[in-house]
Ligand binder design. Structure first.
Ligand SMILES: Nc1ncnc2c1ncn2[C@@H]1O[C@H](COP(=O)(O)OP(=O)(O)OP(=O)(O)O)[C@@H](O)[C@H]1O
Ligand SMILES: [Mg+2]
Length: 342
């Protein structure tokens, strides 16, 4: 341990399209929506995370809310860097420090990311004082977070359904054997609901409302064992222009999401068909693990299980599986060196 190690802090980041989570000293210290609000006149970022999220869809012309990540990768560099830096500065244990400490970071990235995008994430981290930055593929982090021993000669399939992307990967011997990343995940589900409400109910709803509908009455099948109650939804009537309210059932939302879920199923099937036979045999026994917020959609596990004829398990606390795994890799960098990208 060198002298400067005293001034180094370790953090693990899951920089997601929908949510950013940070682990510091074994604790999740940031769990916030990946969103910022920018003042259009001064160009300054005024709010981040939960505060900015509350403003979404309710802004006036001088203020704009931005989601800096799209499809799992950084779309607005300036906004994303400010967001990361503000999140880090607000970590209670670091706030007390007189000067910004050097950071040793492990950050996860989608498996379908390009070289250029990878470098961009790394550079962003370096600019927020990252002195030692490692990247880790999201499905790998999810697998570690779920508690799978990724180093063993045994195949495991992970499906991480986030906000921007669904990442499907077969992992064995500490490597990704085959994978697929599709841009169908929570955000697309939300847009499907907006479209459905507009075309079936003539009701114009915003993103936040559509996301609420997804969480309250979202479903992947129209035959749930424990169906949620119908939900009253308010929005603007497209014909009269007046505010109006309609009732929606989970069956309607299952219909609205059907095509998108089919595309996720197709991607899972395709990945399975590319899996080498010995690993396919393992997966027959181990089943499929789901992680990410999208995995909480009612009945999705059952639907994928019916489609693949495999057992499907949802990770414990699926929104945190990736950051948990990233944090575990950070704690044991030598053990995970072969899967960390320097
Ligand atoms: N109970 C729920 N049912 C359905 N979807 C949910 C539920 N809770 C959260 N979600 C959705 O999960 C998504 C966020 O998941 P997660 O935090 O795993 O994504 P992310 O890591 O930010 O995105 P990505 O990995 O694609 O970059 C959002 O689209 C959110 O609406
Ligand atoms: Mg994610």
């Amino acid at each position: 341990m060198g002298f400067f190690d005293f001034m180094t802090e370790d953090i693990a980041i899951d920089l997601g399209t929908a949510n950013t989570l940070i682990i510091h000293n074994d604790k999740v210290v940031v769990d916030s929506p990946s969103i910022v609000a920018r003042d259009r006149i001064t160009g300054k970022i005024t709010h981040v995370g939960k505060d900015a999220n509350l403003m979404q869809g309710k802004t006036h012309e001088n203020i704009k809310t931005i989601r800096p990540l799209k499809d799992g990768v950084i779309a607005d560099f300036d906004a994303s860097e400010k967001m990361i830096s503000m999140f880090i500065k607000n970590i209670p244990a670091l706030k007390k420090k007189m000067f910004t400490p050097a950071l040793r970071m492990v950050v996860c990235i989608p498996s379908g990311i390009t070289e250029v995008e990878m470098r961009a994430v790394k550079e962003s981290c370096e600019r927020v004082n990252g002195k030692e930055v490692y990247l880790i593929h999201e499905p790998m982090a999810a697998a570690i977070g779920i508690g799978i021993d990724i180093m063993q000669p045994k195949g495991n399939m992970i499906v991480d359904i986030g906000g921007g992307t669904t990442e499907i990967a077969v992992i064995a011997l500490g490597g990704i054997v085959c994978d697929k990343s599709v841009k169908i995940a929570g955000d697309v589900f939300t847009n499907d609901i907006i479209y459905y409400m507009r075309t079936q109910h003539n009701l114009f709803v915003g993103e936040s409302t559509a996301e609420n509908i997804k969480i309250r009455v979202g479903a992947a099948t129209d035959s749930l064992d424990a169906p949620p109650e119908d939900m009253s939804v308010q929005g603007r009537d497209l014909l009269t222009g007046k505010p109006k309210q309609v009732e929606v059932s989970y069956r309607e939302i299952a219909k609205a999401l059907d095509k998108s879920i089919q595309r996720i199923e197709d991607a899972v099937m395709e990945t399975l068909s590319q899996t080498p036979p010995e690993l396919a045999a393992d997966i027959y026994n181990t089943g499929i693990y789901l992680a990410g917020g999208g995995s909480m959609l009612r009945g999705l596990d059952k639907r994928i299980s019916l489609k693949t004829d495999l057992p499907v398990y949802i990770a414990e606390d699926p929104l945190k599986a990736v950051v948990r795994g990233t944090g575990m890799a950070l704690k044991n960098i030598p053990k995970f060196r072969s899967i960390l990208i320097k």
